[in-house]
Design a protein around this ligand. Structure first.
Ligand SMILES: C[S@@+](CC[C@H](N)C(=O)[O-])C[C@H]1O[C@@H](n2cnc3c(N)ncnc32)[C@H](O)[C@@H]1O
Length: 242
């Protein structure tokens, strides 16, 4: 079920412990110029709103499954969200801080150009599903230089730094949403944290990247997007992507 709806309205209808993975990308608070990122009077008000939808996401997530949230450290708001909202939640256990690194687009000469975004991983409960073998990548060298060590035949599990350029010429790039995330990286999260047929939830769908990644990975998608134009275009994007 994918709807043009507010996230809290959408979440309230979902049953407790029914979702296999939450993978979402909320507004950041006054980082981009679009109205959707400037809806709050203050950072406190924004964090209070985050507390509400995060609690709902935890309620609907199954035990032993994961919640991933995208963000940026361009300001300290995301750090406050991590420390005061995610870490404060009894049922959540911090697992990873993944960096999406890229090297494209305009760059400042005043300091080192900021070319990464952040993805926090939490589990509900201490133990959680992780299908690392399903997302292995090739080793750089075919032989392990440590004597006696043998490379895994399927390759290695990626580190927590993921390089991927969002080239405007690639099929993944939609060109009409300011903060779209790479479909191939979303697929990595989905494959490693769910089984085929499982249900993935993204309550801030935007251009529909998570929905497209779910389709490619053979998982069910549930989600919403408040902006009608984005919602309609995300459905078109999904059709054109197949
Ligand atoms: C950071 S963007 C998500 C981008 C997405 N990950 C992608 O790849 O295209 C956040 C999205 O949340 C939507 N949004 C803002 N407030 C919302 C709300 N209350 N309920 C649902 N969606 C909302 C915005 O319209 C925006 O498209």
């Amino acid at each position: 079920m994918y709807l043009n709806e507010d996230c809290l309205t959408y979440l309230k209808r979902i049953e407790d412990d029914s979702i296999d993975l939450v993978l979402t990308d909320p507004p950041y608070f006054e980082i981009v110029k679009n109205d959707w990122d400037n809806q709050w009077e203050s950072e406190e008000e924004y964090l209070e709103w985050c507390r509400e939808w995060t609690a709902e996401c935890v309620r609907v997530l199954k035990n032993g499954r994961c919640l991933y949230v995208w963000g940026t450290t361009k300001t300290d708001t995301f750090l406050k969200y991590k420390l005061n909202v995610l870490n404060a939640h009894n049922e959540l256990h911090y697992q990873n801080w993944i960096i999406w690194s890229y090297d494209w687009g305009g760059r400042t000469k005043k300091t080192f150009p900021r070319k990464h975004e952040d993805l926090l991983m939490y589990s509900k409960g201490k133990d959680f599903l992780f299908n690392g073998d399903d997302v292995r990548i090739p080793y750089k060298m075919s032989k392990n230089i440590r004597a006696g060590a043998v490379n895994h035949p399927l390759g290695k599990i990626p580190t927590d730094v993921w390089s991927k350029n969002n080239h405007t010429t690639s099929k993944e790039y939609c060109g009409w949403h300011p903060t779209q995330k790479p479909i191939s990286l979303l697929e990595r999260v989905i494959k490693s944290n769910t089984n085929p047929g499982d249900v993935v939830l993204d309550i801030f769908s935007g251009s529909g990247s998570t929905m497209i990644a779910c389709n490619a990975a053979g998982r069910q998608f549930m989600g919403c997007e408040l902006d009608k134009k984005y919602y309609n275009r995300s459905l078109e994007r999904m059709e054109n992507y197949k």
